[in-house]
Each structure stands twice: as C-alpha cells, then as structure tokens.
Design a protein. Sequence first.
Length: 384
Amino acid sequence: MHPADSRSWHVSIADDDLLIHLALFIRDTCRLVVPPNPSVPPQFAGDIGCIDTFSASQRNQAGEQWLSWWNRILTFEAASGLGTLKIPSELTNRLDAAIIVHQHLFDSPQLDALAEWPDLRQAAELSKDAAVRWWNKEGYPRHEGGPRPIARDVSMAAIATDVADAMSVPAERLKACVSILAIQGRWASTPLPGFVLCSRLIAADADQMTALLAAAMRSGLEAAPVALPATTRKPVILPESVLPEPVILHDHSNTVLVCERILPYPDGFEIALRREAHDGPRWGVEELRLRRYPKFAGLSVHIQFADGREELLDDIERVDRVRPITVSPFTRLESGDDTLWLLVMPLPPPGEVRITVTWPERAMRPTTFALEGSRIRPSPRPTS
C-alpha cells in the first residue's frame, strides 16, 4: 500500500494486495466460470498453472460463489483504503481491525470464512498454498526505480484541486483508492464509489490514471461507511511447533533474535524468526520504503539437509528461485512486522537439518542450530 496524503485529501494506491490477487489466482488456476460482471478483471498475466480436478458443473457453481466472495472482498478493501471502515471505539489497535477483516474474508488454513460457499472452499483449499508461493516468487511487485506504482507524471495534488473546484466541495472530503492488478491487457473498473481496479498497463498511463483518479475522487464523495464484521479476532490455529522451546540466536548490541517456532506441513515447513531491537533502523528512509521486510534488512539464512541439499537466502528481498530447497520469506498480519516467516520446501529427509543465521548489520556472526529432519513432520489428522 502506498498512501498519498495531504492535510486536505487522501488517496491510497496498492499494487501489493495479497488477498485480491489470491482470489484471482484461485479463480484462474481452478478455471472457475464466473458470471459476467464489470468488476471482474481479466485473467492473470503469465502462466500460473492449472488444477483440473473440477467438473464443469463444479466450476460453474464455484464461479458463482466466487463472485459473491469477490464482491465481499471489494467492499472491505474499498472501505479500508478509503478510510470508511467503521472501527468501534473499544478496538484501539488498527492492526486488530485489519486482522478481523482478513479473517472475515479468508481465514486460512481453516477457511471457515468460505463455509457458505462449499465449492469455492474446495477450490481455495486446493490452490491457496500454490497461490502464496506464486505471490512470493512472481506476483509481488518490485519497483526498481522507486516505490511509486503509477505513472510518475500523475499529480494527485493537482487532480484533487481541480475536482474540489469543479465540485465546489472542500478538498478534505476528497478520497480515492486504487488497487493495481497483475492481469492481462489494459483494463479498469470502478466497482464501488471512490474505488478503482486497474491493470499495471493502465497504471503506467499518466492520462488514463489522471482521469480514473479524478472520477474516483468525485464518486468517493458518495462512499458509505462499512461496519467492521466483528469486534474480536479469531484465534489463529497453526500446527504445533517441533521446537520444544524457542531458540535464542542472538542477544547482543541492542538486538535479540529468536527462532520462535518451526511448523511442519505436508509439503514443507515454516520458520518464525522474531526480533527485538532497541535502536532505530540502520537504513535510510528511501531504502526502507523499497523493502518488504525493512526490520530484517541484511539478514541471511542458510539451510542444509542431511542428503547434501542446501540453500542460502542471502537477500530476503530477492525473487524466489527454483532450487533443490526453496526458501520464501513472508509475513502474517497477526505476528506483526517484528516476525519474519520463512516457508521452506520440501520436507527434509531423516538426518540433521542445519539452519545458520547471519546478520552483520546487527553484529551477529553466523549462528547455527540443528534438529532431526524426521521430527519435522505434520501430525496425522484424526480419523473419524
């Protein structure tokens, strides 16, 4: 999300919305047949693979259910971006509100949020892990020239001034939200007042973006408040950690780094690294804006399996690469940005797994801990 604020108007521009792209991934990879609707974008750009396990009838039913889910996603994404989400006074932490919305829309791994749409829930169950891997490898936008995801010739301040004058309204009432999608071709839609969906090609066109933003600011005057779907977060159910207790990797020079958990899944495992630092970031402001994981800048992780396979993640900002071991960084809203998660695939063979962490920027020399690979296995699901 790249907010652009002044004292009198507000524009949110996002080209990194995981939930919207995850929904599109599920639609495309499961080949769901979605009823025609102006809010439904074209297919993804590029090849994302195909899960061909549904009958034609199932694809039609799941496609209809997907459209209902999509409309619900857009409602809350628009409200979050426009600032029209009504947050109760007793909920003082805005992160809690974001997590509540996310759980209401897509509460992986349980997927209870999709319980009313059984065919869609099945499609999501089959494709959600591949969707996250695709996002980490190819989908997440990386801006070589800076963090701005739209054409540089677009002046939002000038647009706001023109719209305020034309509509004879105070500039502080103007708001707009833009979500830029990794989809094919030139496409744009305004499914809700003040809320624009568009392709990356449209976002790069200064004239079209100027027109879309002006129209969004005008329609945003009619954006209605949206109530938060709940006031408490649901507990997040994760697999049991294979670590008997957290492992302190570094405790020196105002920084503590702990491996809190290692969570096993059928096709890999997750590592949770949590930091506590008592001084400020050691990067410039502009560099931090370009980074997905600024609080872990400079960290490297080396993973070795007993059969000789290994992988060095020497830059947590890099694009994922296909290796005998794949290591993909990601975050969880409920963990906050002081925890870095690593998805490691595949599961290790029996024998010693060595994990070495180095963080020169925090005066941390290579630190290795090991565990038995055969222990990194998910618990068998109970049978009825």
